[in-house]
Design a protein around this ligand. Sequence first.
Ligand code: CMC
Length: 425
Amino acid sequence: MSKTAKLVLDGKEFDLPVIVGTENEVGVDITTLRDRSGAITLDSGYANTGACVSNICYIDGEAGILRYRGYPVEQLAEHAKFTEVAYLLIYGELPTLKQLLKFREDLTYHSMIHEDMKKFFDGFPNGAHPMAVLSSMVASLSTYYPESDEKAKDRNIIRLLAKAKTIAAYANKKTLGQPFMYPRNELSYCGNILQMMFAVPCEAYHVDPVLEDAMNVLLILHADHEQNCSTSTVRMVGSSQANLYASISAGICALWGPLHGGANQAVIEMLEEIHRDGGNVDKYVAMAKDKTSGFRLMGFGHRVYKNFDPRAKILRKTCDSVLERLGVHDPLLDIAKKLEEIALRDSYFVERKLYPNVDFYSGIIYKAMGIPTEMFTVMFALGRLPGWIAHWKELRDDPKSRINRPRQIYNGAGIRDFVPMEARG
Ligand code: CMC
């Protein structure tokens, strides 16, 4: 029997349908509330608002569960390749061998960017943030591939997945002032990212399998996270029927902020600051607890996870193995471990359920791999790409989807008459 919820407003009762998800999550459907009662619901920050019904990703923040299309992220990180996970997210099922080989072949075939686009990089000033470059270049792809009909949809998805890593690596090379390295067809998706970022034309480059595996795990763990800020942005922009490149470019900008994907860069900057300041971790923990300081422990806390972040749990192990393999002894890691230890015992963090999140460890791993700090959020974007694409596709394939258009409660001045300039003084 279908459930309903009852809302009483000004003495009048309204029955509202209740939607129950696969894992028994309950949502009160208020779609018709305004038409029937004149009232809207208010939820700033959307902390308690379901914006859509989706089949892609499931999170239980209390239990620390994350699944892509039903598969636990732990299993995917251990056994799958990033391209398989991308296929799963975008098309709904794990690929057969034949499907995967075709998918990989397509991604390889489309991985170069148009030669003319290389000139765009010359226009950016030295020191341009690579997230700005990535977002601009992804939006620019729509000038080369303007077809947005149904038939072009899959081709554009492949192009974007294939070319984004090339653009990201070129953005890195631009920052370093080194020549761009073309993708190499015999390398894997992750191997190619490393090759295009680190190789130079004057010497042979061999992809380190440990780094390739770490990159694979990092990208898989970032691949989707249901209605986070950037994915909701992609869906919001896509709901106006903007093309794939424009929608994803907007998502990249949303990811850039330090409260979202930009946190991995902010974590390293914070650890460096603590190190420069003599490594006094207690001082920074105290600052994070002091609301007047304006300082937060970057890489701690999450809107959804209130027990632990399952991605952080996996990355903690990856972090140890990468640092061991590379023989890196980084004083920042010692500070990070100390910070984690103190914060996990401190009642401020315990009461507010603030735990290290995925960005706490990913930054440390990227740093050990030799990836420049400003590129960290770009790496997050490469991982999140299949998730964004899957959500954009889900929205566009849904014949019932409407343009996203929230309401508001107006709290400004009441009506008043225009005052001429002479009278305003
Ligand atoms: N350091 C110190 N205090 C914190 C922190 C932190 N990192 N995060 C939250 N708090 C406090 C906050 O001041 C508030 O305290 P009170 O209840 O006394 O006012 C309480 O904890 C709840 O915080 P909130 O800001 O209401 O939580 P939110 O759900 O709006 O924000 C968050 C979630 C991730 C933006 C926030 O925890 C934060 O700013 N963390 C640091 C940035 C970060 O690491 N972001 C990466 C998130 S993981 C990658 C991703 O998926 O985007």
